[in-house]
Design a protein around this ligand. Structure first.
Ligand code: CMC
Length: 428
């Protein structure tokens, strides 16, 4: 028999269906509650609200589990590559040899961006943050591919938009940076793998001098895998809610990029490095900064610590910490902020404030240290996150469309003025 929950409001009992997921997570379906009782639920920040049923990513924050389509993140990070993971997320299964070849060949075919995009890029001052430029260039694709404005057009058209998005992302990302430093843009070199192609376009010296480095490409590829999806986080929920209005894939992704930009979300990786540098400049006294993070009046938070869902450990942070160690060793880089990061982590993990609130290092705590070692500028850290998260946004947008989900439109509890008469300006 189907399970139900009972809710009593003013003595009247309402039966609410219980929904169970494949990993036995349980939800109370309140979809009809308002119609039956006139009552809505209130949950600021959606801390305990399921917004959808999704078959893409499973995450257990208490146990530190993260799986894409049933595959453990640890296994994918160790054995797969970013484009294979992208295929898995978007299409639901790992590709066969033939499917992988077609997918990666299709991506190579679309790495160039319409030359007019450069005119749009030229319109941005070099003070523009690469995240804003990236979001704008993504949204501008609706102009170059107006057929994408109809997301119901055909599955072939959707496939093409997906491939174009993945193919052009490294080009847009590198160009956004070139704009910031006032350098001429480099064009994609399709003889290279996804990450080396990006690095060559980002390269500061003339692109002909660029020598792909497998250590750099592998480290970057691993980071992109670890960021590829994270179920219903702020930017992904944004992509889904924008997509639910039948907006195009490009505008939905552009909205996701903007949501990711904030320092409490993807922008944290940039903030972590800035914070570590500040601590170093200040003499490296980690106890002082821990005390500041605990002082609610200071307005300071330990960036790269805490997570809405992970309350034990962030499995991505574990992999990244080890990867940071490996990369620095392989590249022979000695970064003093790594020592500060490790000391900060050590102190925080022993401190009752952090223990009681279950605040652990998150994915962003060590990723910036790797990006820096790979020669990626700080302003580009969140762009790297966006590049990694793109397959997840695409998969979630596609799932929403395939599930024919209704337009996202939350309710509210109004706390403003009651009806009052208008007063002309001279009488106020
Ligand atoms: N430093 C100091 N105190 C903190 C921190 C922190 N980084 N994070 C949370 N707290 C405290 C917070 O003040 C609150 O204390 P109290 O209960 O005494 O009021 C308690 O811990 C719970 O915090 P919250 O803000 O209610 O938790 P949340 O789930 O709304 O926020 C978070 C999660 C990630 C936004 C938050 O932990 C934070 O601001 N962390 C720093 C920014 C960061 O690293 N963001 C990257 C997240 S991972 C990448 C991604 O997926 O976006």
């Amino acid at each position: 028999m189907a399970k139900t929950a009972e809710l009593i409001i003013d003595g009247k009992t309402y039966k609410l269906p219980i929904i169970e997921g494949t990993e036995h997570e349980v939800a109370i379906d309140i979809g009809n509650l308002r119609d039956e009782s006139g009552v809505v639920t209130l949950d600021l920040g959606y801390k305990n609200t399921g917004a959808t049923k999704s078959a893409i990513t499973f995450l257990d924050g208490d146990k530190g589990i993260l799986r894409y389509r049933g595959y453990a993140i640890e296994e994918l990070a160790a054995n797969s590559n970013f484009l294979e993971v992208a295929y898995l997320l978007v299409f639901g299964e790992l590709p066969t040899d033939e499917q992988y070849k077609k997918f990666t060949d299709d991506i190579k075919l679309h790495t160039m961006v319409h030359e007019d995009t450069r005119k749009i890029l030229d319109g941005f001052p070099s003070s523009a943050h690469p995240m804003g430029v990236l979001a704008s260039m993504f949204c501008a694709q609706t102009a170059f591919y107006p057929e994408s404005l109809d997301p119901n057009r055909s599955s072939e058209a959707t496939y093409l938009s997906i491939v174009r998005s993945l193919a052009k992302m490294p080009t847009f990302a590198a160009w956004a940076y070139k704009n910031a430093v006032g350098h001429p843009v480099n064009y994609p070199d399709n003889s290279l793998d996804y990450c080396s192609r990006f690095m060559k376009m980002l390269y500061a010296l003339p692109a002909e001098q660029y020598q792909p480095d497998p250590v750099v490409a592998d480290a970057l590829d691993k980071l992109l895998i670890l960021h590829a999806d994270h179920e219903q986080n702020c930017s992904t929920s944004t992509v889904r809610i924008v997509g639910s209005s039948k907006a195009s894939i490009y505008s939905s992704i552009s909205a996701g990029i903007n949501a990711l930009w904030g320092p409490l979300h993807g922008g944290a990786n940039q903030e972590v490095i800035l914070m570590l540098e500040q601590i170093k400049k200040d003499g490296g006294d980690t106890d002082k900064w821990i005390a500041k993070a605990k002082d609610k009046n200071s307005g300071f938070r330990l960036m790269g610590f805490g997570h809405r869902v992970y309350k034990n450990f962030d499995p991505r942070a574990k992999i990244i910490k080890k990867a940071a160690d490996d990369v620095l060793k392989k590249l022979g880089v000695n970064d003093p902020v790594l020592d500060i990061a490790m000391k900060l982590e050590e102190v925080a993990l022993r401190d009752s404030y952090f223990i009681e609130r279950k605040l652990y290092p998150n994915v962003d705590f060590y990723s910036g240290i790797i990006y820096r070692a790979l020669g990626i500028p700080v302003d580009m850290f969140t762009v790297m996150f966006a590049m990694g998260r793109l397959p997840g946004w695409i998969a979630q947008w596609k799932e929403l469309r395939e599930n024919k989900e209704p337009i996202g439109r939350p309710r509210q509890i109004y706390t403003g003025q009651n009806l009052r008469p208008y007063v002309p300006i001279k009488k106020r």
